[in-house]
Design a protein around this ligand. Structure first.
Ligand code: KG4
Ligand code: ZN
Length: 346
């Protein structure tokens, strides 16, 4: 079964064709990053207008790249995201589906990030624990079986990616902040610029806003920061975020007795997070699957993949809701797991 995925929730116009949920036949991502860079963040109106101008070309290119194949259905992101941006993808999917007779399946963007490591490991099966770390989300989600999601923890304030973006902005490093902080941190020394690590004992939730403020206060201590000093700030900040993400995720997996952890979302492209998760999980005998870097950030292959699994499941008959849902958290969780056996520190 070939699914055409369409993703326009934020600042990437993307389409992809995925066979049987896991085999990518083509994937095209047109990024708007240069357009939003002068504003240090995504301007919603600019984003939707650019999606309108780009979406047809991106879909044409995706279909061409896949060669002579037939499409069985469309999967489109319906939320969370920017309302106007989501509408462009949804209207395009519905128009195309109506003209070509393809069914259209609404997909949750977080579910896309959560299951994106499937694209690299066809044998991945629940139960597993998922960490979604992106510009808008930081969530730990337990997947006991397909289509069942239990919330383990989530950020109470800033998402991890948002903290990277804001810290980069404080140092005039450009937008998006994650990739540049990652690069600068690799050349800096975390030990020369330590920051508090917000562990939040007694819960699996995260909090990054205090850490961000700590960086702000540190930067205010001096008028001028050399490049080398900025690199140390980046390294110290990144180390605090990575320690919390790795420590809490692996502790939650151990407490839940889960042997597989999957990680997706833009921040999952972070080189330090990847290396620390890989080495620390080995020590604890936990298998970690990271989405490959180009499928960490927004793409449509992950959306097509989820649409396939939705079509395969019984949920397709009564749960295909195409209403746009821009709010940050879609209620696709079955419940929230109680905070049990919470360790005090990593
Ligand atoms: O998943 P994504 O493309 O969009 C959302 O759904 O939000 O994630 C974008 C976020 C941005 O905040 C960006 O700074 C961050 O992912 N990011 C990174 C890296 N690459 C992207 N953060 C840390 N290190 C990176 N290498
Ligand atoms: Zn995303």
């Amino acid at each position: 079964m070939n699914i055409l995925g369409i993703e326009t929730s934020c600042d990437e116009t993307a389409a992809a064709i995925v066979k049987n949920g896991r085999q990518i036949l083509s994937s095209v991502v047109s990024t708007q990053i240069p357009l939003h860079q002068p504003y240090f963040g995504v301007v919603p109106e600019l984003a939707s207008r650019t999606h309108v101008l780009t979406i047809n070309r991106v879909i044409d290119e995706t279909l061409k790249k896949a060669g002579k194949i037939s499409i069985d259905a469309i999967g489109v992101t319906v939320g969370p995201g920017l309302a106007g941006a989501l509408l462009v993808g949804k209207m395009t999917a519905e128009a195309l589906g109506w003209v070509r007779g393809w069914p259209v399946v609404g997909v949750n963007h977080i579910e896309g990030h959560l299951l994106s490591p499937l694209l690299d490991d066809p044998d991945l099966k629940p139960p597993f624990l998922g960490l979604v770390v992106s510009g808008g989300h930081t969530e730990l989600i337990y997947v006991p079986r397909w289509n069942t999601y239990e919330l383990v923890g989530r950020t109470r304030d800033d998402a991890a990616g948002e903290a990277f973006d804001k810290v980069a902005r404080m140092m005039d490093l450009g937008y998006p902040g994650g990739p540049v902080v990652d690069k600068m941190a690799a050349q800096g020394h975390a030990a020369r610029c330590l920051f508090p690590k917000p562990w939040l004992p007694g819960t699996w939730d995260f909090s990054f806003s205090g850490l961000k403020t700590a960086v702000l206060y540190r930067l205010r201590e001096k008028k001028k920061w050399s490049l080398a000093q900025k690199k140390n700030v980046c390294a110290g900040f990144q180390e605090a975020v990575v320690d919390i993400l790795v420590g809490k995720t692996l502790a939650a997996a151990a407490a839940l007795k889960i042997k597989t952890v999957v990680v997706g979302g833009g921040v999952a492209a972070n080189s330090r997070l990847r290396s620390q998760l890989t080495s620390k999980s080995r020590e604890k005998n936990i298998r970690v699957l990271l989405a490959s870097p180009h499928f960490c950030t927004d793409n449509a292959a992950m959306i097509a993949s989820v649409a396939y699994f939705k079509l395969q499941s019984k949920l397709k008959k009564n749960k295909n809701d195409l209403r746009i849902q821009p709010q940050l958290h879609l209620p696709f969780y079955k419940g929230r797991l109680p905070a049990f056996k919470i360790p005090v520190a990593s």
